[in-house]
Structures are given as structure tokens and as C-alpha cells.
Design a binder for this molecule. Structure first.
Ligand SMILES: [Zn+2]
Length: 360
């Protein structure tokens, strides 16, 4: 067997009215996880379920504890939001059975892997970027100790994912760019990842093609529902690709950038994207098709696109990182299952060089 591809999720594209109908139509106790902003903007608190309306970014162990203590066991979790909301939904789904135990211990000893009674989850992305609606893993942060934990279990694939383009229209320009670049990083990293295969590369190339064309367009026309729908599909294809390959060096290096300097995940992943692409280039499969998806003749065309779409903002100095902090970033930049998923396993010296090259 050369490869296998598996994403056991039912995907639906709905409009906003269908989403509301699905919420009220469910016969049972729903826990709705969504930010107050999303609930109010779309009038989603249609009654009959528990609503968790925190503003959720980078969910950490304390927030998970608070929620486990504060809810009755739901029959279904509906997480509407960016990757953080959906990740939080996955964490509650996995850990509710163990609510009497310490959350940090659970994340470390992975007792939740044995959970035969997880709560089904519906994922509804409001950003076009994270791909969390396609994957069986979630990130929970431990900011007290500068660590992150990945919850990862086969039962954590969402039962269903509902793609509703209207929900993504409220993203401002910065968020649209950050999440679009995150999706692009998922597609590109999946493409050169060690386990990439001919099917994931088709998905990754389609994602790149769509994002390359529509990210610049949507940034100039944020209310355009057609462009938003395209970006949601671009992110979705990237999610389908990296759900079976995972990400690589760029994501590995991004985690300390987010942890230490609060850099938005999408920007943190995209800062090293071109530098890592050029170092990985010799290992890329089907190079001609990759360049074709980019509508590019060579790597310079890709570099120019990235610079243009981000208005030259993808460098560490722009995010307030001091140059003398680079060695501290390097120490935290090797994440198991990410760096070793890159065709070249960059050592500390190479990571230092990469970070230096993207300083200005
Ligand atoms: Zn990402």
C-alpha cells in the first residue's frame, strides 16, 4: 500500500438560515461555544441550549477547567468560531468524562485517549484558515509554563462540519489576511511534508490556486460573499490536505512566536513560509504542478506574491520581536511531529539562520 486517505466527517455547505434551523431542530441538549460577537451579530442565541459566549483566543488549561466545572453534560457540542473555539469544543468533548481530574495531568498522561464516551461535536468555522473543521486534534495552551499540548484522538474528528460563508464576512482586513495565510501555510506545508501523497497534493494545489487568486481580491472587497465562499473552500481544501499529513517546520517555529510575543497564529506560521519553501525546494514533488498552482515561473514570483499580499509585513521586527530574542525562540522552535515532518529536519543553527533571514 502506498498511501491511505481518511477524513470521516460529513461536510455540509449551509446558508445562515439553514444554520439556525439546524440549531433549533436538534432534539437534545446542545452546548453552543461561540464568542459573544458572533452570537450577537448573527442572532444565534435562538434558545433551548447552553451558550458559552467567552471571547476565545488560544484556549488554555484554566479556561478548560472553568468550562468543565460550569456546564451540564451536553448531548452535542456545536463550536462556532475560529480554530480556538473549535479546539475548545474538541477539548471539552475529550475531557468531560474526566472532569474530576486535573486538566494538566490529563493533557500529559493522555488518559482521554481511552474515552469511549466522548461528546459528539459539530464544527462551524467563522474564519477561512485554521482547518480545525477537518482535523482530529486540538491545541490547548499552558501559558504559565510556556508550553502547548496537542489533544489528538481518532474520535475527535467532528461528527459534522457546517461551512457557512456568511459567517466569515465579519472578519476585518487583518484577520482575513492572517487566517488566509494560515490556510496557505497548511496547504504548502502539507505539500512538502514527509507523508504527502498524490491525493493530498491535489488538495493542496487546489487550495493554493484558490487562495492565490482570491485572497488579494477579498482583502480589497471584504463584504464580497462570493470571494468569502472561495476562501472558505481554499481553507477547507488545505484542511483536508493537512488533516492527513500534518504541518511542518513553519508551524513548529510559529509556536514560540505566538507563545512569547502573542503573534497571531497565521502570521506566525507565514513569516517563515518562503524561507522554508526555498530550503525545501529540492525535495518538493511535482514541482511543475506546484508552480502552475501558483501561476508562477519560479520561486521569486511566489516571494513577490507573499510580499504584496502582506504589504511587506511578514518579518519579525514588524511584530516587535527584538533581535537578541532569536536564540530564545530557537530553543522552543522544535516541536515533535512538526519539525520531523519536514523533509529537512532543521537543527538549531539552521532555525537561527531562518529566523535571521526573516528579521527585517
Ligand atoms: Zn495553522
Amino acid at each position: 500500500m502506498d498511501w491511505v486517505y481518511n477524513v470521516p466527517i460529513k461536510f455540509y455547505e449551509y446558508d445562515l438560515n439553514e444554520l439556525k434551523y439546524k440549531l433549533t431542530d436538534f432534539d437534545g441538549n446542545i452546548l453552543l461555544i461561540a464568542s459573544k460577537r458572533v452570537i450577537n451579530t448573527f442572532d444565534l442565541d435562538v434558545g433551548g441550549f447552553q451558550v458559552l459566549d467567552e471571547s476565545i483566543t488560544n484556549p488554555d488549561v484554566h479556561l478548560v477547567r472553568e468550562i468543565l466545572d460550569g456546564i451540564d453534560k451536553p448531548d452535542l457540542i456545536v463550536a462556532i468560531g475560529g480554530g480556538s473555539s473549535i479546539d475548545l469544543g474538541k477539548a471539552i468533548s475529550a475531557l468531560y468524562e474526566y472532569k474530576d481530574e486535573d486538566v494538566l495531568d490529563l493533557l500529559k498522561n493522555k488518559d482521554y485517549l481511552e474515552n469511549g464516551d466522548s461528546i459528539p461535536l459539530v464544527a462551524v468555522p467563522t474564519t477561512a484558515g485554521t482547518g480545525s473543521e477537518c482535523t482530529k486534534w486540538a491545541t490547548i495552551w499552558d501559558f504559565d509554563n510556556n508550553k502547548k499540548y496537542s489533544i489528538d484522538a481518532d474520535y475527535l474528528y467532528p461528527k459534522e462540519s457546517w461551512l457557512v460563508p456568511e459567517l466569515t464576512v465579519t472578519m476585518d482586513e487583518k484577520m482575513t489576511l492572517a487566517t488566509g495565510l494560515d490556510a496557505l501555510a497548511h496547504a504548502m506545508e502539507s505539500y512538502w511534508s514527509v507523508p504527502s501523497n498524490s491525493y493530498t497534493r491535489v488538495l493542496a494545489r487546489d487550495s493554493i490556486r484558490i487562495i492565490r487568486e482570491y485572497l488579494p481580491l477579498v482583502l480589497n472587497d471584504l463584504d464580497n460573499l462570493e470571494y468569502r465562499q472561495k476562501m472558505l473552500m481554499g481553507s477547507f481544501f488545505a484542511g483536508l490536505a493537512f488533516s492527513n499529513t500534518r504541518t511542518t517546520a513553519c508551524h513548529s517555529i510559529s509556536y514560540p512566536l505566538t507563545m512569547m510575543f502573542g503573534i497571531n497564529h497565521g502570521f506566525a506560521a507565514a513569516i517563515t513560509l518562503f524561507e522554508v519553501l526555498s530550503r525545501n525546494w529540492d525535495y518538493l514533488k511535482e514541482k511543475d504542478l506546484f508552480l502552475d498552482a501558483w501561476d508562477a515561473n519560479d520561486l521569486d514570483d511566489i516571494k513577490n506574491w507573499l510580499e504584496e499580499v502582506s504589504s511587506g509585513s511578514l518579518n519579525l521586527a514588524n511584530f516587535g520581536v527584538k533581535k537578541e530574542k532569536i536564540p530564545d525562540i530557537v530553543k522552543l522552535a522544535t516541536t515533535g511531529g512538526r519539525m520531523d515532518n519536514n523533509p529537512i529536519i532543521f537543527d538549531e543553527e539552521e532555525i537561527y539562520d531562518i529566523l535571521n533571514s526573516v528579521y527585517y
